[in-house]
Write a protein that binds this ligand. Structure first.
Ligand code: 3NM
Ligand code: MG
Length: 508
C-alpha cells in the first residue's frame, strides 16, 4: 500500500485542545480539508472506550481511504481493526508489534535522535515521527527540542546509512512555520521529509477543514523565500557590475531594523549604493513594508525584549512575502539576553543571510535553532580551515548564506565558498561599518533573489573596494575624514557602473 504522509493528523482528547469539539466530526472535516493519514492519540480513555472511539473514527477514515493508526496501543489497534500503530520509545518494541500486527500494518516509531532514528529504520518501521521540532504545550514532557537542524541531522544520518524509510516531523508545526520547516529540514540534493504531523494546528482550530486546507496548500507550494533548487554556477565576479547596475535601477526598499548608533550612517550608505532606505524598528509596520518588494536587515546591536518581538513580526512578514532577510546578531554571545534573542529568532524565522564576526558566527553555529550547546565566543584561535568549516556547515544547516567578516571575509551557501580580502583598516576604526555592510548586502539581495550568495558577494565587493579607494585618497587623513569620502566612493562606483565603467572591480 502506498501511504501519503504529507499531512498527518494526530488527535488529542484533552479539554485544552479538543475544547468542546466532537472528535469524529473534526477528523472528518480535516480529511475533507486534505489530511492524508490520521493517528488516534488518547492518553486518558479506558481501553473499552479507546476501542469504541477507534472504531467510530475508522468508519470515517475508511470512507475516504485514509489510514488510521493508534497511538501506543497495539492491542487497541488489533481490536478495532485499523491500519496500524504509532509507538514511542517507551511503548511495545517494534519487532513484537510487527509480529502481532502482521506485515501489512503501518507501524510508525518516534525518534528524537540520530541513534533512535537509525535503530527504528534498521528494524522494519514504515515511517518515523521525528521531533520534537519546537516546544509545544500539546506535549510538554518531550525529551528534547531538536529544531529544524535536529530533524535535518536525523534525515542525513538516515540517508548516509541508505535507509529509505518515510519520515514526518512533529511538534509545534502550524501554518506560520510549515513552509520554513520543510525548507530548512530539506536540501536541494539530499533527503527531505515526506510530511508533517500536527495536533493543535487542526484539532484546536475553529475551522478544522479550513486549517487543513491552508496547511495542505502551504505544503504543496514552495516557501516564498526558497531559491530555485537548480545547481548554482561557480561564483565569479563577472556578474557583479550587472548587480550594481540593477540595484541602482530598481532602487529597492531597504528596511533596516537596526541599532541606535548606526541608523543615520546606514541610511546614507543605502542611498549612496542606490537603494531606498527606511529605518523602522516598529514590527507592526513590517507587514505593509514587506509587500513593497524590498529586503530587511535585523541588526540586534541595541536589542531590547520589546525589540525581539518587533523583529519577529518583521521577519515573519518578510518570510511570507519572500523578501530577503539579513540577520546581524551583534554581540550574539555577549549576554544572556542576546543569546536568548538569537535562539528565539532562529527558531521562529528564516534568515536568508547571517553575517557576523568570528565570535558571533561561532555563537550562532553553537545553537541548533532551539538548543544551546554552549559554544563560547572567545578570542580567535581558529585556523582559516576551521573558520571555513564553521561558515560552510552553518550555511548548510540553515540552508542559507553565511558571511563571517574579518581580515579575510568568508562567504558560503553551504556548498560554494569564497574568500574576500578587500577592505581597509579604517573600517575597523569607525562605528557601524559591519552594520552598514549588512545594509548593503540586504539591498543587493532584494534585486538578486535567485542567487543570494552572488548578491552578497557583489555587495561586499562594492562596499570594500569603495573603502580601499577612499582610504587611498589624499584628502583622507584618518577615520574621521574617511567616512564622508567613503560615502562619495560608494556613490562614484554606482555612477561609474551605471555608465558602463567597471574598472573599480579590478581591485577585487
Ligand atoms: N509527539 P502540536 S510532539 C504528539 O515529539 C506529539 O514525539 C511529539 O502537537 C514528539 O502539533 C507532539 O499541537 C505534540 O504542537 C505535537
Ligand atoms: Mg507513545
Amino acid at each position: 500500500m502506498v501511504v501519503d504522509y504529507s499531512l498527518y493528523l494526530v488527535t488529542d482528547s484533552t479539554k485544552a485542545i479538543l475544547k468542546d469539539g466532537h472528535l469524529p466530526s473534526i477528523v472528518k472535516a480535516a480529511i475533507e480539508g486534505g489530511v492524508t493519514i490520521v493517528q488516534y492519540r488518547d492518553k486518558t480513555s479506558d481501553t473499552a472506550d479507546l476501542i469504541k472511539n477507534a472504531k467510530e473514527l475508522h468508519a470515517i477514515t475508511k470512507q475516504y481511504g485514509v489510514p488510521l493508526l493508534i497511538n501506543d496501543r497495539v492491542d487497541v489497534a488489533i481490536a478495532s481493526g485499523v491500519e496500524g500503530v504509532h509507538i514511542g520509545q517507551d511503548d511495545m518494541d517494534l519487532a513484537t508489534a510487527r509480529n502481532l500486527l502482521g506485515k501489512d500494518a503501518i507501524i510508525g516509531v518516534t525518534a528524537q535522535s540520530e541513534e533512535e532514528a537509525l535503530r527504528a529504520a534498521g528494524g522494519d518501521a514504515d515511517y518515523l515521527g521525528l521531533g520534537t521540532v519546537f516546544a509545544t504545550p500539546t506535549k510538554e514532557n518531550t525529551k528534547s527540542i531538536v529544531g529544524c537542524a535536529g530533524v535535518r541531522s536525523m534525515l542525513s544520518a538516515l540517508s548516509v546509512n541508505n535507509h529509505k524509510i518515510k519520515t514526518v516531523c512533529i511538534g509545534g508545526i502550524n501554518a506560520s512555520n510549515v513552509q520554513r520547516v520543510l525548507y530548512q529540514t530539506g536540501s536541494s540534493d539530499g533527503p527531505s521529509l515526506d510530511g508533517v504531523a500536527v495536533v493543535s494546528a487542526i484539532i484546536a482550530a475553529s475551522d478544522p477543514k479550513e486549517s487543513a486546507q491552508e496547511l495542505k496548500s502551504l505544503i504543496t507550494s514552495p516557501a516564498p523565500f526558497a531559491t530555485s533548487s537548480s545547481k548554482k554556477t561557480d561564483i565569479t565576479t563577472e556578474s557583479v557590475p550587472e548587480a550594481v547596475k540593477k540595484l541602482g535601477e530598481v532602487s529597492p526598499l531597504c528596511h533596516n531594523m537596526t541599532n541606535l548608533v548606526v541608523q543615520n550612517f546606514a541610511a546614507n550608505v543605502a542611498i549612496c549604493i542606490g537603494a531606498s532606505p527606511i529605518m523602522s524598528n516598529n514590527g507592526l509596520e513590517a507587514r505593509d513594508l514587506a509587500k513593497l518588494g524590498g529586503s530587511l536587515v535585523v541588526n540586534m546591536g541595541t536589542v531590547t525584549p520589546e525589540g525581539v518581538s518587533n523583529y519577529l513580526l518583521a521577519v515573519t512578514a518578510y518570510n511570507a512575502a519572500g523578501g530577503p532577510v539579513v540577520f546581524d546578531p551583534v554581540g550574539a554571545g555577549a549576554t544572556q539576553q542576546r543569546r536568548d534573542a538569537v535562539k528565539t529568532l532562529m527558531a521562529e524565522g528564516y534568515f536568508d543571510l547571517i553575517k557576523g564576526n568570528e565570535g558571533e558566527i561561532k555563537t550562532v553555529a553553537g545553537m541548533r535553532g532551539e538548543q544551546q550547546k554552549g559554544v563560547d565566543s572567545g578570542a580567535s584561535t581558529l585556523s582559516m580551515e576551521e573558520k571555513s568549516d564553521i561558515v560552510r556547515s552553518l550555511a548548510h544547516r540553515e540552508r542559507n548564506v553565511v558571511l563571517m567578516t574579518g581580515k579575510v571575509d568568508i562567504l558560503s551557501d553551504g556548498q560554494r565558498i569564497v574568500f574576500i580580502e578587500n577592505g581597509h583598516e579604517y573600517l575597523a576604526n569607525i562605528t557601524g561599518s559591519g552594520c552598514t555592510l549588512g545594509t548593503t548586502i540586504s539591498a543587493f539581495m532584494a534585486v538578486n533573489k535567485d542567487d543570494k550568495m552572488l548578491a552578497a558577494l557583489a555587495g561586499i565587493l562594492m562596499y570594500e573596494i569603495a573603502a580601499e579607494v577612499a582610504a587611498r585618497r589624499d584628502d583622507v587623513r584618518g577615520p574621521g575624514t574617511f567616512v564622508p569620502v567613503f560615502l562619495d566612493e560608494l556613490y562614484a562606483i554606482r555612477e561609474n557602473t551605471q555608465k558602463g565603467d567597471h574598472t573599480w572591480l579590478k581591485a577585487a
